[in-house]
Write a protein that binds this ligand. Structure first.
Ligand code: C2E
Ligand code: CA
Ligand code: CA
Length: 715
């Protein structure tokens, strides 16, 4: 009678699976278990035909259960189906290694359950049939009193009838390797007439390679007198197609218990092998890009390590991370983001060698295991190719997108002898490349640990600062050249870092932007600055223009219009006094969308200044296309006004350009009287710098304007 075992710790599942299993075969006995230990105990004493088990269970998981079940005397050949959730490829691989025959995906599709279970049940029954027939053949032969030849002649017909019905290749060979028996299935498979097989050797049916292997194994059986454990072999069928067989060989004895021939039976497991290799592929590959996944990369690395351990050959591990991919993904939506990753995978495969492994580690992280490395420069060449290739525009769904990537490289054996170490160090080197601005590569070096650890700590501290509100604003006056009066103030961010003190933005902005933390930070800046300015007005202080610095990251991740209008509304601050300082990057990226945002804000009364003018793209088209009210000449030009004639020329050109377009010009970083006099002579409208006042705390700034906002020394 057929026995099917179900193992699942949840009652509902157990009931459903039992009901489904009952439909597989009439009269089949279903045994359901909730506890894998109880199941093992019970099954050890019975003879199941099929086992279906859940993966996640108390006491042991499905893989461990399968391993223990396989170790039972009757557990070796019984098909075991393991039920896993889709994402658990690692689980599947473990289950496969433990001897699982097939998988079902949870939640289980009923139709699939029935189909798979039925197929495996059939396979299991075939195997069982073969075993019992082979056993009876052996008994019959052994029991007979007649000589070997006579025995074979007499019983051949009867045996052939029995054996021919078995869907497996069954044959017996004597000590010389000559067939003394071949069943119909085998004759048909090899395309030789069954009658003619007897007296032939295996060379004639399956070729010399198969024959040599089979003879060698036969000899082993003759010598030891024992059956061989089942092994897998590939045999080419009559049409030239390779098939995989599970083959066993056992001795046939005469009455004196002497081994007189070897019985070979082989069942076709090609389909099962296909299913197995498909599952193996799934477990080892990323479904989106079809690249090897982390698991396979680790195995390849392990192999490479083993290969090179003594030879000391070099290889390189490249850790590749796309710069700012999150923004692209957020802006495009996940579907296009996926397409982009797919395209990235294609390019990586293209630049890598045949012998290299290109893997996707997850998200926007990729890796290349480069094997043909003679010197570090070989790795640098590949890294450069990777960066160059990924910097070419991508055409996705009619849109043109650009990306860049950061690459960290570790070399074996210099940078680590163990797998984890190599991966970790490559990751650190990548982090370094990214921190240095991205679109570049770095070799790992030992002191990176320290730097990167600091960067990681900085990021963690910054996150905490956002949560705890460890920021303050300082305010710096902006002065009209003509009147010497303070007409505006720029809000400048400071971080009160515990144990460190007041930190300037230069030290944490890059990390804040890379991590996106700048978005909540700057939202706070906007709100706090407006709140502060509004409270000064409420105290009767003279109204001043309030300038606030925005980050390009905000334009990528935030609806800037919503944030600004909401802040104005909540704080009651007058939009006509708000100025936003933009960088050229903001205007160049996604120019149309930015222009639209700026125009809607302009309609509220908000004005715009271009910060650090002259350092960026120096493409002036945007000055015409965007509602720009002010240009801020970068302090680097102001610093050298006296000494560098070309800087004087640039400053003059900027002022003329501004005025020709009716845009006011502010000079930043004015520190000396000479600089001020020269700027005033060139017609600069406003100035800002230590000469007129450094960035001050809110209280000091309030005191300054309370004293009257004409600066004393200009008066
Ligand atoms: P920025 O917008 O060009 O700001 C002017 C910087 O020059 C400020 O540095 C200011 O303290 C400094 N400065 C002012 N007068 C002088 C001077 O006479 N001589 C010299 N050598 N320096 C002077 P700070 O405060 O360290 O800010 C640095 C940069 O950080 C700013 O450059 C701005 O790009 C950014 N930043 C500051 N606050 C924020 C913020 O709230 N959000 C964003 N996104 N960026 C900010
Ligand atoms: Ca600024
Ligand atoms: Ca500036």
């Amino acid at each position: 009678m057929t026995l099917i075992a179900i193992l699942d710790d949840r009652v509902t599942n157990r009931n459903i699976f039992s009901r489904l299993a009952a439909t597989l075969e009439e009269g089949a006995e279903i045994r359901a278990f909730g506890d894998p230990r109880a199941a093992l105990e019970n099954l050890a004493a019975s003879d199941p035909d099929l086992v279906i088990t859940d993966f996640k269970m108390p006491y042991m998981d499905g893989a461990e259960f399968t391993r223990r079940f396989r170790a039972l005397p009757n557990g070796a050949d019984v098909p075991v189906i393991v039920i896993t959730v889709y994402e658990d490829r690692g689980f599947r691989l473990r289950a496969l290694e433990a001897g699982a025959t097939d998988f079902l995906q949870s939640p289980v599709d009923h139709q699939e359950f029935i189909t798979r279970a039925r197929n495996l049940l059939k396979l299991s029954k075939q195997q069982r049939l073969i075993k019992s027939r082979a056993l009876s053949l052996e008994h019959e032969l052994a029991a007979s009193e007649q000589s070997r030849q006579a025995l074979l002649r007499d019983s051949r017909e009867r045996l052939a009838q029995v054996i021919d019905t078995v869907p497996a290749m069954i044959s017996a060979t004597d000590e010389t390797g000559t067939y003394i028996f071949v069943n119909a299935y085998q004759a048909n498979f090899s395309g030789v007439d069954p009658e003619r097989c007897i007296g032939m050797d295996a060379v004639a049916t399956f070729g010399p390679a198969y024959a040599a292997r089979s003879r060698a194994l036969d000899r082993l059986v003759f010598e030891t007198g024992e059956a061989l454990p089942a092994y897998e072999e590939e045999i080419i069928d009559r049409t030239g197609m390779p098939r995989v067989f599970l083959t066993t060989k056992s001795p046939l004895r005469d009455t004196a218990a002497r081994v007189v021939s070897v019985l070979t039976s082989a069942i076709d497991i090609t389909e099962r092998k296909h299913a197995e290799s498909r599952l193996r592929h799934i477990a080892h590959h990323d479904q989106l890009t079809r690249l090897p996944n982390r698991l396979l990369l680790q195995q390849q690395l392990q192999r490479e390590l083993a290969r090179n351990r003594r030879g000391g050959r070099m290889f390189a591990l490249h850790f590749i991370d796309l710069d700012r991919f999150k923004d692209v993904n957020d802006a495009l939506g996940h579907q296009l983001g996926d397409q982009l990753l797919h395209a990235v995978a294609g390019r990586l495969r293209h630049v890598a060698c045949e012998s290299d492994t290109v893997a996707r580690l997850g998200g926007d992280e990729f890796a290349i295991l480069q094997t043909k490395v003679r010197e570090p420069e070989d790795a640098a060449i590949l890294a450069r190719q990777v960066i160059e290739s990924l910097s070419q525009p991508f055409g996705i769904d009619g849109q043109t997108l650009t990306l860049s990537a950061s690459v960290g490289i570790t070399l074996y054996p210099a940078d680590g002898g163990a797998l984890d170490e190599l991966l970790r160090n490559a990751d650190l080197a990548m982090y370094r490349a990214k921190a240095d601005g991205g679109a570049s590569f770095r070799f790992y070096c030992a002191d990176m640990n320290q730097n990167v650890r600091e960067a990681i700590r900085l990021e963690a501290d910054l996150r905490q600062a956002v949560a705890l509100g460890h920021f303050v604003l300082h305010f710096q006056p902006q002065v009209a050249v003509e009147t010497g009066r303070i007409v505006g103030m720029e809000a400048l961010l400071r971080w009160q870092r515990p144990g460190v003190g007041l930190v300037k933005p230069g030290e944490f902005l890059p990390v804040a932007e890379e991590t996106g933390l700048i978005v909540p930070i700057n939202t706070w800046v906007l709100r706090e600055a407006c709140r502060q300015a509004q409270s000064w007005r409420a105290r009767g202080l003279p109204p001043l223009r309030l300038a606030i610095n925005l980050s390009p990251v905000q334009f990528r991740r935030q609806n800037v219009f919503d944030v600004v209008s909401e802040t104005l509304h909540d704080t009651g601050f007058d939009a006509n006094f708000l100025e936003l300082e933009l960088t050229e990057t903001i205007l160049m990226e996604n120019a149309e969308a930015s222009a639209r945002t700026l125009r809607t804000l302009q309609a509220l009364g908000v004005t715009f200044a271009i910060d650090d003018f002259g350092t960026g793209y120096s493409s002036l088209s945007y000055v015409k296309n965007f509602p720009v009210d002010r240009l801020k000449i970068d302090q680097s030009f102001v610093r050298n006004l006296k000494t560098d004639p070309s800087d004087t020329a640039i400053v003059r050109a900027i002022i003329n350009l501004g005025h020709s377009l009716d845009i006011a010009v502010v000079a930043e970083g004015v520190e000396t009287r000479e600089q001020f006099t020269q700027l005033a002579a060139e017609g600069c409208d406003e100035v800002q710098g230590y000469l007129f006042g450094p960035p001050l705390t809110a209280d000091d700034f309030a005191a300054l304007i309370e004293r009257g906002h004409t600066l004393p020394y200009l008066a």
